[in-house]
Design a protein around this ligand. Structure first.
Ligand SMILES: C[S@@+](CC[C@H](N)C(=O)[O-])C[C@H]1O[C@@H](n2cnc3c(N)ncnc32)[C@H](O)[C@@H]1O
Length: 212
């Protein structure tokens, strides 16, 4: 893994096996804020449960912790690579809450009064099966690209995530690929455009509509 500086001045890593960076080169911190925390309206919740799929360097969780103003934020994060958690100690991104991310990377669990962050290590497709149904208000979905990591952008995995979400919950992802949106729709989500950040095409917001 090689450290790089993105265009908003924040650092990320480049994965030299996959030839892909952990964040958009247009701005790593900006991406976490504008494509994940802001469109999921984290600031508006009094209590929120977030599922952070592909925790990586923890920027999306850090952006959510920074944005949160309410009473309780609980984040469950899924990640399968211990090396990426080690890389967290070498970073100093512009998030007030990054100290909590560093603590969670070390202990897999951290609490600070109104925030609880738990990291479950292992293949996200298996970890998701250990989680309860109708539990999450928000999902950050941030794997490597569908080309590099096709196994995570499937109808089957989206269906398992959908089952773990509350009715009306929102999943945010950077991709707007047609195949991704088709798979989200087949899994039951209602798909919308998210913000355009650092490029012309939008990101994606997918709303869970459980038939109650
Ligand atoms: C694009 S990076 C995520 C960046 C991250 N969300 C952040 O804010 O720093 C994708 C992450 O997915 C992880 N990953 C890849 N395959 C996985 C799998 N099957 N289960 C869980 N995590 C996986 C990689 O190790 C990597 O950390």
């Amino acid at each position: 893994m090689k450290k790089i500086v993105t265009r908003d001045g924040s650092e990320t890593y480049y994965n030299e096996e996959l030839y892909e960076s952990y964040h958009s080169t247009s701005g790593a911190a900006e991406e976490a804020i504008k494509k994940y925390a802001e469109p999921c309206r984290i600031a508006n919740f009094d209590r929120v449960r977030i599922l952070d799929v592909c925790f990586g360097l923890g920027y999306n969780s850090a952006a959510a912790l920074d944005a949160f103003r309410g009473k309780l934020i609980e984040i469950t994060a899924l990640e399968n690579d211990p090396a990426v958690l080690d890389a967290i100690y070498s970073l100093d991104p512009p998030f007030r809450s990054y100290g909590l991310i560093k603590e969670a990377a070390k202990n897999k669990l951290c609490c600070d009064g109104k925030a609880v962050l738990k990291i479950i290590m292992g293949d996200a497709r298996e970890s998701i099966k250990t989680l309860g149904a109708y539990d999450f208000d928000v999902v950050f979905f941030d794997p490597f690209s569908p080309k590099k990591c096709p196994e995570l952008w499937t109808v089957g995995f989206f269906s398992d995530i959908y089952a773990a979400m509350k009715n009306g919950g929102v999943l945010a992802t950077y991709s707007c690929a047609k195949s991704v949106r088709e798979n989200l729709t087949k899994a039951g989500f209602e798909v919308r455009d998210g913000h355009c950040v650092g490029r012309r095409s939008p990101s994606t917001l997918a709303i869970s509509r459980h038939k109650l």
